[in-house]
Design a binder for this molecule. Structure first.
Ligand SMILES: Cc1cc2nc3c(=O)[nH]c(=O)nc-3n(C[C@H](O)[C@H](O)[C@H](O)COP(=O)(O)OP(=O)(O)OC[C@H]3O[C@@H](n4cnc5c(N)ncnc54)[C@H](O)[C@@H]3O)c2cc1C
Length: 404
């Protein structure tokens, strides 16, 4: 891991920089970074889980501490104020964060992944200098706007139009289920610049500041889980976006989106592993304590069987995710591996959460123990950033391309 030279940015208030100073002492080892995150999760996030779910909001002081820890800038180059972690290190950090309600990760997840990486990988120097420092510090929240009412899994069929008029593009259309849209200051928007071109070929990506006239954000949707994390519709009515805000070449927008998603899928896989490991810890503690038939339920081999299945699958997902992350760090194309990791890890955490409810019995079904909340929280991992079926399509396509 590289030293976190971006820490201690002057844009952060002094109170928030206490953690930065601590981190600055610890920056030369991965273990120290992970230890700091582990303490933050245990001492600050875990005690707040139920309250965040109840209020459907993360308190400002927690968000400020996340910013101070550098969580919004994990993946952003040091030159722009981020930590510039390798994919493997980012996955390890996210696995630690998976030990708290996934809603916490969602607060900064778009800045680390789908909301910033188009800019990191395809942005011009001017675009990076303008936007990345604010994204890394958390001052600017970002959103990635690909999905539309009629373009979900078939994301290449986006209908939002971007029509060139001199030195601006005029955007019209609407996006659906956009994470953090209610807080975002900057959207990466995929819109069709060439109505003639088929599918992804006619799509371009744009950096769209929230304050442009004609951009409106809808009310947060009521969701099954992850209360405290929000999704909204975003509508564009004659939004005039400067041509200099186009990300990549005209017609390259779908490639931008897919490249960003390859990376995002590893991040989500790591999150699934973290939640599964946390559920296992909770299950083992509960099974040791809960007595039936005069003995701890952990002594029953049928309960042990569930624990063994969960552990085996969590280990497999951890290994697949980290191996795929290392391949990406080595410069390999990981479209197949990222899809396989996301497919396996998200399905795995669903099975683990289901067994966790079973191991807790009735206590798994009532709110006080938090298990039913996690059961609901993890359901989305099989849907966003490509459903499990879309991962299967990608895995099969890439496997056939590679000849096996
Ligand atoms: C909480 C949440 C956060 C989200 N955040 C974002 C965000 O930040 N940005 C963004 O752009 N989008 C976001 N999304 C949208 C998300 O990526 C889409 O919901 C997802 O890609 C699925 O699209 P869809 O909902 O239209 O489902 P559909 O595409 O309508 O799919 C319905 C069903 O059909 C299946 N299906 C579709 N096509 C095929 C096929 N070819 N083969 C086999 N099965 C198929 C699907 O797997 C699924 O089971 C978010 C969604 C949610 C719920």
């Amino acid at each position: 891991m590289r030293p976190a030279a971006g820490f201690g940015k002057p844009c952060l208030p002094a109170r928030e920089r206490v953690l930065l100073d601590l981190m600055a002492l610890d920056t030369d080892t991965r273990d120290q970074l992970l230890g700091a995150i582990r303490r933050f999760v245990a001492e600050r996030l875990r005690p707040m889980e139920a309250a965040v779910a109840e209020a459907d909001a993360i308190p400002d002081d927690i968000l400020a501490e996340m910013k101070a820890l550098g969580l919004y800038g994990l993946s952003i180059p040091e030159a722009y104020g981020g930590l510039d972690l390798s994919m493997e290190d980012e996955c390890l950090v996210v696995m630690e964060l998976g030990r708290a309600s996934p809603a916490f990760r969602s607060a900064f997840g778009t800045n680390v992944g789908i909301g910033s990486q188009g800019l990191v990988m395809f942005g011009t120097e001017d675009q990076k200098t303008r936007w990345l420092p604010g994204i890394a510090s958390g001052e600017t929240v970002t959103s990635f706007a690909l999905t539309e009412p009629e373009a979900g899994s078939d994301s290449a069929s986006v209908r939002t139009k971007a029509t060139r008029e001199g030195d601006v593009y005029v955007l019209n259309g609407s996006k659906r289920y956009i994470t953090n849209a209610n807080k975002a200051g900057l959207f990466t928007v995929m819109a069709r610049t060439n109505p003639e071109a088929k599918g992804g070929a006619g799509v371009s990506a744009f950096l769209v500041p929230r304050d442009l006239p004609g951009l409106t954000v809808g009310k947060p949707e009521k969701k099954m889980g992850q209360q405290g994390a929000h999704i909204c519709d975003v509508t564009f009515e004659d939004v005039r976006v400067p041509a200099e805000n186009r990300l990549g070449a005209e017609g390259e927008g779908f490639k931008v989106a897919m490249t960003v998603l390859d990376r995002g899928r590893l991040h989500i896989s790591a999150m699934c592993v973290g939640v599964a490991e946390r559920l296992l810890t909770d299950c083992v503690a509960y099974a040791a304590e809960r007595k039936q038939f005069g003995q701890a339920i952990a002594s029953f081999q049928l309960v042990q069987g569930m624990i063994a299945d969960c552990k085996t699958e969590a280990l497999a997902a951890r290994a697949l995710t980290l191996e795929s992350a290392r391949k990406r760090d080595a410069g390999e194309n990981v479209t197949l591996e990222a899809a396989a990791a996301k497919y396996y890890a998200s399905e795995m955490v669903g099975r683990v959460a289901d067994k966790a409810v079973q191991i807790f019995g009735g206590a798994g079904y009532v709110a006080d123990y938090g298990i039913e909340r996690l059961y609901r929280d993890v359901r989305i991992f099989r849907i966003y950033e490509g459903t499990s079926q879309i991962q299967q399509v990608v895995i099969a396509r890439e496997t056939m391309k590679r000849g096996g």
